[in-house]
Design a binder for this molecule. Structure first.
Ligand code: 17E
Ligand code: FE2
Length: 438
């Protein structure tokens, strides 16, 4: 008898894109069989009726700050809405951090992520704190959530590597304590030269420890902030390439077309990934502008066209940099479509990939960790939606979230009864292709 049978779902063939109805047989945390829907199903410890839902790999969060999550307003609110006041608020909150405090907020946020269908998360953790209390707490969280969520940790030098006293040593210590990824923040360093040096330091440190790199890079509306070219070049020369990610890169929204053209080529050749955080950049950037006011979003459409892997991240859930957020990548995709004008039929489908398979590529998830197929991991979601376009438009919640062969969240689809004057009450359903029906 197998552990779990997920009956009557639609699965999409990864190679052909063909969609077919299937039963998923799950045992020992893996999908052991994908078979035609059987009238006489096999025996299983648990049976989930899929009802024709789409069985698709989970969302992947490529960029969030779990150490700061759920601290909005502590000890004060960010009133200007700038990145800089956010950093100032956080530096006032940092001395109050305790292990228990960080664990409680991070795990609460990760439970929200799981409920929303997200089973892989990359979190930055600020290491410009000599106590490294948040780092140690999140290393513990990474173990505690392992059965549900795969958590990658980035050693993030919020206040700089070269411009923060002891910054280099703190980053090196974080590498020794077991982070997965090395971060940087070159646009925050005091000088251009420090910025370049900090990127080189981060790449060399990662290379030495066999780790990945994910730098906060050019998160500023300054067209002179040009560290992506440095990161991409060092990524290529070190051979780290697709193990490197440039996050935010909002200055690219201000680059002149001639430089942008040159830069797209450097980025594409290097093989690095890009992560845009549209909800947060729309909020934090453009704050020093009069009108016309810039959007402060990286060149997502152009980078995709150049063959670069671009993903969307949430960045923040209720912290000094962003007061909203529900830890739901599908909401990020919806905002991302607008922010980047990815709004043709195919482009909307692409934004769904930017919070699923493209984000999985940022984390470097292999075939044994991601994908719905026989022999693959039994970690997936059931979406009552026809495809990514439909899911993004209607913001469809997964009815079931399955992690390592276990159902970890269920959400019944909402039902609204409409009592329109002079008509019989009726249930309102939203049809996938035609808008509100019934
Ligand atoms: N720190 C930073 O430098 N930039 C951000 N967007 C956040 C924290 C959230
Ligand atoms: Fe960030």
């Amino acid at each position: 008898m197998i552990d779990l049978l997920v009956r009557d779902v639609r699965v999409r063939d990864e190679e052909t894109g063909e969609v077919s109805a299937a039963d998923l047989h799950v045992d020992g945390g893996r999908i052991v069989g994908v078979t035609p829907v059987a009238d006489d199903p096999v025996e299983a410890g648990q049976v989930v009726e899929g009802g024709g839902a789409w069985a698709t790999p989970s969302y992947v969060e490529p960029h969030v700050h779990l150490d700061a999550a759920l601290t909005a307003g502590q000890p004060r609110w960010n009133r200007s809405g700038t990145l800089w006041e956010g950093i100032a608020c956080w530096s006032e909150r940092k001395p109050m951090l305790t292990r228990e405090d960080v664990i409680e907020r991070a795990e609460r946020t990760l439970r929200w992520y799981a409920a929303n269908g997200t089973l892989h998360v990359r979190s930055h953790v600020d290491v410009t704190d000599p106590s490294l209390v948040a780092l140690d707490a999140l290393l513990e969280v990474r173990d505690r959530v392992r059965d549900v969520i795969g958590l990658q940790l980035v050693a993030f030098p919020q206040e700089g590597i070269c411009s923060f006293s002891g910054g280099e040593e703190l980053l090196a210590e974080a590498a020794r304590r077991g982070v997965d990824v090395i971060g940087a923040i070159p646009h925050f360093e005091d000088t251009r030269e420090d910025g370049v040096r900090s990127v080189e330091y981060a790449v060399e440190l990662a290379d030495r420890h066999g780790l990945r790199v994910d730098a906060h890079c050019d998160e500023i509306d300054d067209e002179q902030s040009r560290f992506v070219e440095v990161l991409a070049t060092r990524a290529a020369r070190s051979g780290l390439r697709e193990r490197v990610t440039a996050s935010h890169t909002t200055a690219m929204g201000s680059y002149n077309p001639a430089y942008a053209h040159k830069l797209h080529r450097i980025i594409a050749r290097s093989g690095i990934n890009m992560v845009s955080n549209p909800m947060v950049s729309l909020h934090l950037q453009g704050r020093f502008d009069d009108y016309p006011k810039r959007r402060g979003i990286t060149q997502v459409k152009e980078l995709l066209a150049a063959g670069v892997n671009v993903a969307f991240g949430h960045d923040d859930v209720m912290d000094p940099w962003y007061p909203l957020g529900t830890a739901n990548p599908l909401q990020v995709a919806h905002v991302g479509t607008h922010a980047t004008q990815l709004l043709s039929r195919d482009e909307i489908e692409e934004t769904f990939r930017m919070v699923t398979s493209r984000a999985a590529a940022v984390l470097g998830l292999g075939a044994d960790e991601y994908g719905v197929r026989a022999g693959g991991p039994a970690s997936f979601i059931l979406l009552p939606a026809t495809d990514g376009y439909d899911a993004v438009r209607r913001q469809v919640r997964p009815t079931h979230v399955v992690a390592h062969g276990r159902v970890v969240a269920t959400t019944p689809p909402p039902v609204t009864t409409l009592m329109w004057p002079d008509r019989e009450p009726s249930e309102v359903t939203f049809s996938p292709t035609g808008g509100p029906g019934a």
